[in-house]
Design a binder for this molecule. Structure first.
Ligand SMILES: [Zn+2]
Length: 245
């Protein structure tokens, strides 16, 4: 499909030598699924939309709560008690009408995850609980779809890319022990700006993958906003990992 849009909109990124018109076409043809439209998913979705990713999937069954608003930038007071997915779709499509946004307002479970994932080139894990993260990691491996994981806690955030086709290490190699189901984002603090940094970096990693650039595979980036530090560590595959071995 050739771009049938106002190319002027993308002029500043087309000027980047590694993107150009050819790269912009790749972005416009790409299909990216974002699981979770909250503190991480909001900025990730906003920057994917701004970049002109042609087909964006958005998976979230939650409703907007007042306590979301310190970090979930797609919503405002008038959206409280509304389902997040349709509100986010409306806002993103208004922001960039070139982008098609498909929403999945059901809870991601083993049964539907593979069916949804196989329609996408990249999946972004922007959920707020470990149970969903393990499920997303397994579904990405089963469907061979690259996965960008991000997570935040207080002033710290992490980021990694998992590429099943290259048999890289996976999320369960990093966190082999499943924490209890009660361990969710509701049990610890998050500063919105930290979620903004990591969510934006998730969009960036997805864009780089689509453009065929280097990504954070077999590595984890650990960002500490309080200390202004970025550390990158190598992740080794676990010999007993049930997902990626
Ligand atoms: Zn693994």
């Amino acid at each position: 499909m050739q771009i049938q849009v106002d190319i002027e909109r993308y002029k500043r990124q087309v000027l980047i030598e590694t993107i150009g018109k050819h790269g912009q076409q790749k972005l416009f043809n790409a299909r990216v699924l974002v699981c979770g439209a909250g503190g991480l998913g909001g900025p990730a979705l906003a920057y994917l939309t701004a970049a002109g990713i042609g087909n964006i999937g958005l998976c979230d069954f939650d409703v907007v709560e007042s306590s979301n608003l310190n970090r979930q930038i797609l919503y405002n007071y008038a959206d409280i008690k509304k389902q997040k997915a349709p509100v986010a779709k409306k806002r993103l499509e208004k922001f960039n009408p070139d982008v098609k946004v498909e929403i999945y307002s059901e809870k991601l479970i083993e049964k539907n995850a593979n069916d949804i994932f196989k329609n996408y080139d990249v999946v972004i894990d922007a959920v707020d609980n470990f149970q969903s993260r393990y499920l997303i990691n397994a579904a990405a491996y089963e469907t061979s779809v690259p996965l960008i994981c991000g997570a935040v806690c207080e002033f710290e955030g992490i980021l990694t890319a998992i590429i099943p086709k290259e048999n890289t290490s996976c999320f369960q190699c990093i966190y082999p022990e499943k924490p209890s189901a009660e361990f969710t984002s509701k049990t610890f603090g998050i500063l919105g700006a930290i979620a903004g940094v990591i969510g934006s970096m998730q969009a960036l990693e997805a864009i780089k993958l689509i453009l065929g650039m280097h990504c954070l595979k077999n590595k984890i980036l650990i960002f500490n906003g309080a200390e202004n530090t970025y550390r990158i560590r190598t992740i080794s595959k676990r010999k007993d990992c049930p997902i990626c071995i």
